[in-house]
Design a protein around this ligand. Structure first.
Ligand SMILES: O=C(O)C(=O)C[C@H](O)[C@H](O)COP(=O)(O)O
Length: 205
């Protein structure tokens, strides 16, 4: 799958900060079962790389590594079987390394200059990050004016009460958010409940 196909595979990408020990395969199965198969596991925790390896084995799951900011993390993410890479920002160095590694890439942008640098690098799919703090929907609308073919995954401040507004934008293929998984102590029943509430909400569009 290329990055466009991955972005179109689900309206919301759960951004997962996985800590401690838990049945990560079961968590992935819940998301897949609830129609959210694209998962971003942030490389912010010790558990992340093993969790990617485990979740990757769940049928239907499309598992990527997030918070990739350095080249060694890219190598780890690739070794664990990551199907895509997400970064909070965009640097030429990392973007070229990801291209060389031949993994779909979703780097973060928040300015017109970022988008232009991405286009120079052959990229036209970006994470808009941090979406709310960078000016929210008015900023993304203003940004997309000059870049008609560019598509985004806004992340950072997306919540159940504003997710529909973001997804209604033509330039938005999907959004990312951490709210679907609350961290250690969260149960798969609670996760499933949140995912179902989201699905019901999106179905009323
Ligand atoms: O570390 C990264 O590279 C990230 O991916 C950052 C996350 O996308 C945001 O932290 C999402 O934050 P929420 O506003 O809680 O949904």
């Amino acid at each position: 799958m290329n990055i466009d196909e991955i972005m179109r595979a689900a309206p919301v990408i759960p951004v997962l900060v996985l800590e401690g020990e838990a049945d990560w395969a079961e968590l992935a199965r819940v998301f897949v079962g609830e129609g959210l198969p694209v998962l971003e596991v942030t490389l912010r925790t010790k558990a992340a790389v093993d969790a990617i390896r485990t979740m990757r084995e769940v049928p239907g799951a499309i598992v990527g590594a997030g918070t990739v900011v350095e080249e060694w993390q890219l190598a780890e993410a690739k070794k664990a079987g990551s199907q895509f890479i997400v970064s909070p920002g965009l640097t030429d160095h990392l973007a070229l390394a990801v291209a060389k590694a031949r993994i779909p890439y979703l780097p973060g942008i928040s300015t017109a200059g970022d988008v232009m640098r991405g286009l120079d690098l052959g990229l036209n799919r970006f994470k808009f990050f941090p979406a709310a703090a960078s000016g929210g929907i008015p900023m993304l609308k203003a940004l997309t004016g000059p870049f008609a073919d560019v598509r985004f995954c806004p992340t950072g401040g997306i919540r159940p009460d504003n997710v529909q507004e973001w997804l209604a934008l033509e330039s938005v293929l999907c959004v990312g958010g951490t709210w679907l998984y609350a961290g250690p102590g969260d149960t798969t029943a609670e996760v499933a409940k949140r995912a179902r509430a989201l699905r019901d909400k999106l179905a009323t569009n």
